[in-house]
Design a protein around this ligand. Structure first.
Ligand SMILES: NC(=O)c1ccc[n+]([C@@H]2O[C@H](COP(=O)([O-])OP(=O)(O)OC[C@H]3O[C@@H](n4cnc5c(N)ncnc54)[C@H](O)[C@@H]3O)[C@@H](O)[C@H]2O)c1
Length: 325
């Protein structure tokens, strides 16, 4: 490997710019190539890093000697870039949701494992500094159930309003809440979901659920429901409420947590740049060859995808129980 980790980006839109900000702060990184289908995006990114611009990732991967590739495209655009990057021996960071089909995600996962490549996925909330404290308290509790929420307005990107391009809200957005639930509570064994439409009647070309409720059973026996809603311009809520025998924990997505016990409350707020941490840890793993600090791996992302796609399957059937294991 060269002195610096040579990074290439496929996709230079919203989330790529989040990572660009982090890349600029990591001395050991050289963003050498950037690729997007939109001219002005790739031009801006190439000027920012003095990187070679590409329109076609196949050409980029053929011409460049990259150590790592970040895939930051919309959910329906994963059309082989990961597989080609793996073929070229590149370490891989993929934004969530990592695909819209289990077949594709499993193929990428198998490729990463077969080649022993370092990998990460965009579930940055796992790197929030207070999560270990929250997890430690929960591990000592008898939990009854939890409710999770991602309720807010509709994102503005063109691809969001259609199920075929975004996967639906649970798949595209609330997957962060599903990820945190899996991180805190373990594996999901069964999923049952209901969705409804009809509130977003003022959005052109819109064809996905406005609201959904996904109830899950975990391997531990725990049950919980995660709600998604994109109809609320104000008064939304993002996070997880956990109800235990000896208290209650309120996790506010990316904000902090509050534990209420009989005679005591414990509160914590976010104290770190967890997005930066996610990228620092990924690059550090490439430099050291040791991936053990990466807590948001591609493998974890595939497990999240399995849960949210099962939720879609259940929703589409009017609430059938989908067993995962
Ligand atoms: N981790 C997070 O918190 C977070 C936040 C926002 C978005 N995301 C995820 O990141 C992904 C991208 O979202 P975004 O908001 O950046 O979308 P975006 O539309 O702003 O950017 C996606 C870019 O990918 C480009 N693209 C698509 N196909 C391509 C191809 N074959 N080759 C090169 N470029 C291609 C598009 O032209 C576009 O510029 C989505 O899966 C989204 O869910 C994650």
């Amino acid at each position: 490997m060269a002195d610096k980790v040579r990074v290439g980006f496929v996709g230079c839109g919203g989330i790529a710019n989040f990572h660009f900000g982090h890349m600029e702060k990591i001395e050991a990184v050289d963003v050498t190539a950037v690729c997007d289908l939109v001219d002005e995006r790739v031009k801006k990114a190439s000027e920012r890093f003095d990187a070679t611009p590409y329109e076609d990732y196949r050409v980029m991967l053929e011409k460049e000697e990259l150590d790592a590739v970040y895939v930051c495209v919309e959910p329906s655009a994963h059309d082989g870039m990961e597989l080609l990057a793996i073929e070229k021996g590149c370490h891989l960071f993929v934004e969530k949701p990592v695909a819209l089909s289990m077949d594709y995600a499993n193929k990428v996962n198998a490729g990463l494992k077969a080649k022993g490549l370092i990998n990460g996925a965009g579930f940055q909330d796992r790197y929030l500094d207070f999560v270990p404290r929250m997890k430690a308290w929960l591990d000592m509790q008898d939990i009854g159930f939890f409710n999770g929420y991602w309720v807010g307005g509709m994102p503005g990107v063109w691809w969001w309003r259609r199920r075929e391009t975004c996967g639906g809200q649970a798949v595209e957005q609330t997957i962060h809440t599903f990820d945190m639930a899996r991180y805190l509570f373990g594996e999901v064994v069964a999923v049952q979901a209901m969705g409804r439409r009809g509130i977003m009647d003022d959005v052109e070309n819109y064809d996905t659920e406005d609201a959904s409720a996904v109830t899950m059973t975990f391997e531990s026996g725990l049950i919980g429901t995660i709600y998604s809603g994109c109809f609320s311009g104000c008064g939304g809520k993002n996070g997880i409420d956990v109800f235990c025998k000896n208290g209650r924990l309120e996790y506010t997505e990316r904000g902090g947590f509050k534990i209420t016990e009989k005679n005591m409350t414990i509160e914590a707020k976010t104290g770190n740049d967890y997005g930066q941490e996610e990228d620092d840890v990924f690059i550090e793993a490439i430099l050291s060859g040791d991936p053990s600090d990466i807590i948001s791996t591609y493998d974890e992302a595939v497990k999240n995808l399995e849960v949210v796609l099962a939720a879609n399957q259940s929703m589409d059937s009017g609430g059938e129980l989908v067993r995962l294991r």
